[in-house]
Ligand binder design. Structure first.
Ligand SMILES: *Cc1c(COP(=O)(O)O)cnc(C)c1O
Length: 389
């Protein structure tokens, strides 16, 4: 079959499975048909739209309930949540942070904003997340362990954190990664930006590392407009996270005293109100996406096309569904045909180690990253309240 004929068949399959026979099909848009308006109007009526208000605490409590994490600290977005998590894990300016190259650029940017240099490691084909074997091999060939911690051999930089990401909501191999991190004595922080509602061996993503961070950006499974959260079971870290993200102000009825250079990373109450209403519907969003993924999977399997499925032992939130084509030419044909017809599909991010600002960063071999980046296409995955399934 020609690439054009295949692209047309894929277009038809997406429209049929997603249940939109004509017109524009977005990749992912938020749906606000719960208590969103009520809660947001409540913040306006109360005048507490900004840094003080009850919804922030409520959102943090909801996140603890949903994930089982002991503490949740809301932030202004997922990138700042990650930056703060790295700082709290002890990453200092001049240190190194190891992450995967196949990720949204924010993972690497957060490390850069914390003053660290990023090193990139390949992903695992089964999870699309950081590969434990590749991580071990990177450390064995490029790092040395001593009393003072683990250092990158060539640059002498201390490796302050390993940050895997659960790509499109598919949990990465946490057991494997935690084992390597323990052996090398490096804290693990989960970039769980895309995986709220995903489970690894029955437990929510974002709760395995020293910290995990979630994003509530407009394109994620649940949105606050813009927002994020830091999850941790460590009370001292949680306390410091709240203090540092809220300008390091000492509690007092009227005085303005700050005891260190803090950050204004807090989530406004207005955004938290939207988020509380969205979180109430998380189960419904996840159920829809898992159902949609099962339908796509069945349909694409019939066509002989690979659909990206959750790794064994995990439950993905299927935030973004994805298919793998045979090569870049075929992928480009599919992107052209579908987008021209109003069905939004997207290639995966350019591998971050190849972007101009990270080109000179240390990295391991990237066979899987290169292969996936050349062939993957994300297909429409947003919640549809009236889809009828
Ligand atoms: C969305 C996202 C972020 C950053 O979240 P923002 O809330 O947009 O700052 C970080 N990492 C990954 C992998 C993401 O997808």
């Amino acid at each position: 079959m020609s690439d054009l004929a295949l692209s047309t068949e894929i277009l038809t399959a997406i429209r049929e499975v997603y249940g939109v026979s004509e017109g524009v099909v977005p990749l992912h848009v938020p749906v606000f048909d719960g208590n969103e308006k009520t809660y947001v109007i409540d913040t306006i009526d109360s005048t507490f739209v900004s840094s003080v208000g009850a919804y922030v605490g409520r959102l943090e409590e909801m996140m603890c309930k949903i994930t089982g994490a002991r503490h949740a600290i809301a932030t202004v977005n997922g990138t700042t949540a990650l930056q703060m998590a790295m700082i709290l894990a002890g990453v200092k300016p001049g240190d190194m942070v190891v992450t995967q190259s196949l990720s949204f650029v924010a993972t690497a940017n957060a490390a850069a904003h914390a003053g660290a240099v990023t090193a990139f490691v390949d992903i695992d084909a089964a999870t699309l997340g950081l590969c434990p074997k590749a991580l071990r091999s990177f450390l064995e060939t490029q790092a040395v362990q001593s009393d003072g911690g683990t250092h990158h051999r060539d640059s002498g930089r201390r490796i302050g954190a390993v940050v895997p990401m659960h790509t499109f909501g598919n949990p990465c191999d946490l057991d494997g990664l935690l084992t390597v991190c323990e052996e090398w004595n490096i804290p693990l922080i989960e970039d769980a930006a895309e995986s709220l509602g995903s489970l690894y061996r029955g437990r929510p993503c974002g709760t395995f590392g020293l910290m995990g961070t979630v994003s509530f950006n407009g394109n994620k499974i649940v949105t606050t407009g813009g927002g994020g959260v830091i999850l941790t079971n460590d009370s001292a870290i949680a306390k410091r996270a709240k203090h540092l993200t809220t300008t390091a102000k000492l509690p007092h009825a009227w005085r303005f005293t700050h005891d260190e250079i803090g950050y204004n990373f807090r989530m406004p109450n207005l955004n938290a109100a939207l988020g509380c209403a969205q979180l109430e519907q998380l189960d419904r969003f996840v159920a829809f996406k898992r159902d949609l993924a099962a339908r796509y999977h069945a349909r694409f399997s019939d066509m002989g096309i690979e659909f990206v499925v959750e790794p064994p032992g995990t439950q993905s939130n299927y935030w973004l569904c994805a298919i793998l084509l045979s090569d870049t030419t075929q992928r480009n044909a599919v992107l052209e045909t579908t987008n021209a017809a109003g069905v939004m599909t997207r290639p995966v991010w350019d591998p971050v180690h190849q972007l101009e600002m990270y080109r000179h960063a240390p990295h391991g071999p990237m066979p899987v990253t290169s292969d996936i980046a050349a062939r993957l296409v994300n297909i429409p995955s947003g919640f549809r309240p009236n889809a009828g399934f």
